[in-house]
Design a protein around this ligand. Structure first.
Ligand code: GRF
Length: 190
């Protein structure tokens, strides 16, 4: 049993299925993290329902003025003694200043085999290029988008009949597995 769990914030913008997998994982006694708060730039993010369901505080920040939002988030994280951030489908690019000022680990999940297919619309591009494989990656967040050190990847085979939609579904299923695994790796619990 882990007594002093690492206080974690999960950032989301959409459905929050990765958030859900992290919540299930963090509720295990052996998990190294505790999710204390859920942060979103999008008040309509479906994933916010998991905050209610799991009775975790959530907070929305308006990114119209990103600089202001980031400084408010930093204050909020400090107030809540957050030591670790997981970006789980968070669609804003955090500034170098934010990353430096937080000064602790931030990780992200991306639906491709990085360094290939950084950025958006990954599955469409992968299918268009007739790739044989795709997958997902958990990596540290650095100032360059989708470019920090890789923690864990899962490769999957693309079938001829796959479309961006079917591929997205398959990749997402693997994302739900590797995100918690990557957290275990980071905090050296195997
Ligand atoms: C995932 O595919 C993630 O890799 C990408 O955005 C999607 C978020 O899905 N960054 P969800 O909100 O976790 O369901």
């Amino acid at each position: 049993m882990v007594l002093n769990k690492i206080k974690t914030a999960v950032f989301i913008s959409g459905n929050g299925s990765n958030l859900k997998s992290l919540l299930i994982f963090s509720n295990k006694k052996s998990a190294p993290i505790k999710i204390n708060t859920i942060i979103s730039n999008n008040p309509k993010a479906k994933g916010l329902n998991f905050a209610k369901k799991y009775k975790i505080q959530s907070k929305i920040f308006n990114f119209k003025n990103q600089k202001k939002a980031e400084s408010q988030i930093l204050k909020y994280l400090k107030k809540n003694s957050i030591d670790f951030i997981c970006l789980a489908g968070f669609m804003k690019i955090l500034s170098q200043e934010f990353i430096n000022n937080f000064g602790k680990k931030i990780i992200n999940i991306h639906p491709s085999l990085l360094p290939k297919y950084k950025g958006l619309n990954t599955h469409e591009r992968v299918i268009k290029k007739k790739e044989k494989y795709s997958g997902c990656t958990v990596h540290y967040v650095s100032h360059k988008v989708d470019s920090g050190k890789i923690i864990l990847q899962k490769k999957i085979k693309i079938l001829k009949k796959d479309t961006p939609t079917t591929l997205a579904k398959k990749v997402l299923k693997q994302e739900h597995k590797i995100f918690p695994k990557a957290v275990k790796i980071i905090f050296s619990i195997r």
